[in-house]
Every structure is written in structure tokens, then in C-alpha cells.
Design a protein around this ligand. Structure first.
Ligand code: UTP
Length: 297
């Protein structure tokens, strides 16, 4: 089995209920951090990792997502006529090579595992990455690139992991791993949303995976797990039991949970403050806000 990862799956068929009413009309993945939609961050990360084929698992009402990657000839012509070359460059950076993107439908939001399984025919018999666009990771070296480099040595399956506070751990898939500080850890087991107090560690899985096609075969049974959903975690846990070849990867970087309102707002601030043209104004505003709140207390 080759260790080079060329395909990535982007499951974007969830209902995004935490962002209602916005997600009634706007796919969550199109919501913007500063001026770029969440999906663009995920695509850029995948490109940096050498991904060549991009597979989107979509659903009804996600048309804006398909349009987003299309060419925009009228807009291009108008920007060119006005000499707005910097904006033209920004626009063209969103274009994808013809044939590089494929879309499959998940007809019902039955869970992340089911969404990935819907892409099985496009994935074929090779390792593939999965990126959840609502996990946005700020890092010097993009997270998936870190993983692809480690995976080239190890093969098997790899899941991105990070330490989370004890009171949050039961909202995640959690790894059973030996204690240690190594970035790559052998995984003995994995449990989705463990009941408080039963978690095997505080190392939680976040939305970056490199998986072997064997994981897809565990999803064939369509068995539901936590929350009544078909869970990717359960399929990976079965692969651990079968072959014991799953590794946790402690990435370097700051992860923002943009699937939650608080995480999305934090990411907006962090990415805003990282922009030279916005930093000063934003900092001033934040200092004033904090000072006003303190004065009011
Ligand atoms: P979430 O658990 O965040 O669900 O999915 P969600 O529907 O997007 O959002 P909420 O909880 O209702 O607010 C994590 C990722 O898995 C995808 C989502 O699109 C998101 O990228 N997903 C989830 C699917 O593609 N299909 C599903 O059936 C479930």
C-alpha cells in the first residue's frame, strides 16, 4: 500500500443547526473568517499537503458551495477593466483545476461516518485524508502537511489529536493511548463522546484524518453509535481492533472549533488580529470594550 495521500474528502453535508437561522440559507462552510469562507482554509491546507483530488460530500441546499469554486468570468472582466489586479489574484486563487473537484450527495445526514462512506467509490483503494472544514487550524506548517509527512513514515491510519480540558472531553472522540509526549502515539482504542469520568485520556480527536480504505468496509454495516449517528470514530475503533495500525498525531498549531459560535468568534478575532491591515483598529476596539466592561462592573 502506498503512503502517498492524493485524495481528500470534505464532509460538508451536516445541517449546521448550531448556526440557525443563518444556515437555513447559507452553508456553514461558506461562512467567513474575515473575508475567506471556512472551506477555503480547508482547501488551502489540503493543497499545501499535496492533495490533488478533492471530494466533497454535500447535501440539499449546499449549492453555494459548488458555485464558490466555479470560475467567475463577469467578475474577472470587471476587476480587470478597473485594474484591480490584487483582487483578481485573490479571486483566481479560489479556482480549482478542471476535474480536481468531485461532489457526491449524502441524501440524509446520518452522521460523519456515513458521509465519508458515501465517497467510497471515488476514494477507491488508496489512503485518503478527511478534513472537517469547521475545524480551522492556524499553524506555521499546515496541520495536514504535518500529518502527511509523518504518515509517509508510518502508513496505516492517523488521526489528529489535541489535549482538551477535562470538562470538555466528553464532547469529542477520545483516544486510548500510552502516556507520553511523542507527537505520534499508537492508539489502543477510541471512544466517541465518552460519558464523563469514563474517558480513556484527555487526548481528543479533531477534524483531520488520514485513513486506509479498510476503514470504509467497517462502515458498510451502517451501524449507528453515539447520538444515533453512523460514527467515523466507531469505524476507526474497529480498524484498531482488526489491525492495530492507528496512530494519534499531536499537531502543532492552534485549532478553532468553528462549528460552535464561541469558537467561530474566537477564530474571527484571531485571524483578524493576524492581518496587518486590521490589527491596530481591532486591538483598539478590543481594549476599549474590555475597559468599558470593567468600568461597568
Ligand atoms: P457536526 O457534528 O458539526 O454537525 O459535523 P453539523 O450538522 O455540521 O452541525 P450542527 O451540530 O448541527 O451545528 C461535523 C462535520 O461532519 C459533517 C458536517 O458537515 C461537518 O463538516 N457531517 C456531519 C456530514 O457531512 N454529514 C452528517 O451526516 C453529519
Amino acid at each position: 500500500m502506498q503512503h502517498k495521500v492524493k485524495k481528500a474528502v470534505f464532509p460538508v453535508a451536516g445541517q449546521g443547526t448550531r448556526f440557525l437561522p443563518a444556515t437555513k440559507a447559507v452553508p456553514k462552510e461558506i461562512m467567513t473568517l474575515v473575508d475567506r469562507p471556512l472551506i477555503q482554509y480547508a482547501i488551502d491546507e489540503a493543497r499545501a499537503a499535496g492533495i490533488e483530488e478533492f471530494i466533497f460530500v454535500t447535501s440539499r441546499g449546499k449549492g453555494a458551495l459548488e458555485d464558490y469554486f466555479d470560475h467567475a468570468p463577469e467578475l474577472e472582466a470587471s476587476l480587470a477593466a478597473k485594474g484591480k489586479t490584487a483582487l483578481l489574484k485573490v479571486l483566481r486563487e479560489t479556482y480549482m483545476d478542471s476535474g480536481a473537484i468531485a461532489y457526491v450527495r449524502q441524501h440524509q445526514a446520518l452522521g460523519l461516518g456515513h458521509a465519508v462512506w458515501c465517497a467510497r467509490h471515488l476514494i477507491g483503494n488508496e489512503p485518503f485524508a478527511v478534513l472537517l472544514p469547521d475545524d480551522v487550524i492556524a499553524a506555521d506548517k499546515p496541520c495536514l502537511q504535518q500529518m502527511v509527512e509523518a504518515y509517509a513514515e508510518s502508513g496505516g491510519n492517523m488521526v489528529a489529536a489535541m489535549e482538551v480540558p477535562a470538562d470538555r472531553v466528553s464532547s469529542y472522540g477520545v483516544l486510548d493511548v500510552p502516556a507520553g509526549i511523542c507527537p505520534v502515539l499508537p492508539v489502543r482504542g477510541m471512544v466517541e463522546k465518552p460519558a464523563p469520568g469514563t474517558e480513556p485520556s484527555n487526548l481528543a480527536v479533531i477534524g483531520r484524518y488520514i485513513l486506509s480504505p479498510q476503514v470504509l468496509t467497517h462502515l458498510d454495516s451502517q451501524q449507528t453509535g453515539a447520538g444515533g449517528e453512523i460514527q467515523l470514530t466507531d469505524a476507526i475503533a474497529q480498524e484498531i481492533a482488526r489491525a492495530g495500525n492507528v496512530r494519534g498525531f499531536r499537531f502543532e498549531g492552534q485549532r478553532y472549533d468553528c462549528g460552535s459560535k464561541a469558537g467561530f468568534l474566537q477564530a474571527t478575532l484571531a485571524f483578524g488580529l493576524a492581518r496587518d491591515e486590521l490589527r491596530e483598529e481591532l486591538e483598539e476596539f478590543l481594549f476599549d470594550m474590555v475597559a468599558m466592561r470593567q468600568a461597568a462592573q
